[in-house]
Design a protein around this ligand. Sequence first.
Ligand SMILES: Cc1cc2nc3c(=O)[nH]c(=O)nc-3n(C[C@H](O)[C@H](O)[C@H](O)COP(=O)(O)OP(=O)(O)OC[C@H]3O[C@@H](n4cnc5c(N)ncnc54)[C@H](O)[C@@H]3O)c2cc1C
Length: 292
Amino acid sequence: MKLTDVWQSSDKPTLSFELFPARTEKAAVNLVKTIDILADLKPDFVSVTFGAGGSTKEGSRQLLHMLKHEKGLDVIAYFAGFGLGPEDIVAVLDNYKALGVDNVLIVRGDPPRDQDFQPHPHSFTYAHEIMSFVRPRYGFCLGVASYPESHIDAPSKDKDIEYLKLKVDQGAEYIICNYFYDNVYFYDFIERCHASGISVPILPGVMPIYSVKMMNILANLCGATITEQVKQGISALPEGDTQALLDFGIDYAANQCAALLEIGVPGLHIYTMDRSRSAVGIVGRLRDEGRL
Ligand SMILES: Cc1cc2nc3c(=O)[nH]c(=O)nc-3n(C[C@H](O)[C@H](O)[C@H](O)COP(=O)(O)OP(=O)(O)OC[C@H]3O[C@@H](n4cnc5c(N)ncnc54)[C@H](O)[C@@H]3O)c2cc1C
């Protein structure tokens, strides 16, 4: 089902989870268990990432196949175009079409870590260019990515919104956001989107805290601010107590989600990192409180 149809048919905020293809056999076994637990939460959609330079092309396809055809879940297939040529794009998207995928999120992607990777001579530089190639060729419900605190390489906040608008003008029907630890970044971002004429649904991304190391690495990569509230909350926990950290992360994210639902966001998109405990905790609390 297309995301836009879900939003049109109901006022209820959607719930979606992001997954990535497993890198090892052990991780693949754990991922199936995670999916079964997440499926019990009855998400509207589950999304699947696409590795830089097409590195997870087959893994992403297999995961999408399992989610859709074995687990009966609606999916959003991501596509990251960095370094890929027009024929590579067509090959991947034809595959998605054959799988019966309705929703695709187009991102530019980043250079792969593989030093030998040679970008295709006709690859696209920006996501809006990939959008303009894909839109006329496919009937997918297409979305794009955005960053409430601005993309890390953006020349300015205003320019970043200008380029986001370009992606919407090229046919993006929804936007999925990077995560943030202070909702004020999201509120301000929404205002700037509306002021620039962007009117498609904007899904906030929610990243529970899984470990301090992972939190720091990811924030460093994407430029998300680790707020004083997060730092102070973590420093008050017993040193090395991983359960206490997870519980703090669940509590923090659930509070963020509650406030986001209050302002009427179209849904919540939870970055699971292929784990279930935090998502179960957050969704459970929101449902107990009658918010979701
Ligand atoms: C929800 C979500 C899902 C993601 N999924 C994946 C995934 O599956 N695989 C993966 O590899 N990565 C993924 N990413 C990460 C993403 O690929 C990177 O953040 C990448 O650096 C930017 O992608 P983009 O689509 O936002 O790029 P773009 O929209 O192209 O923007 C990239 C930068 O270029 C600037 N820019 C845009 N257009 C122009 C222009 N015409 N001139 C000058 N500057 C311009 C923008 O301001 C921004 O700074 C995801 C990110 C999010 C938020």
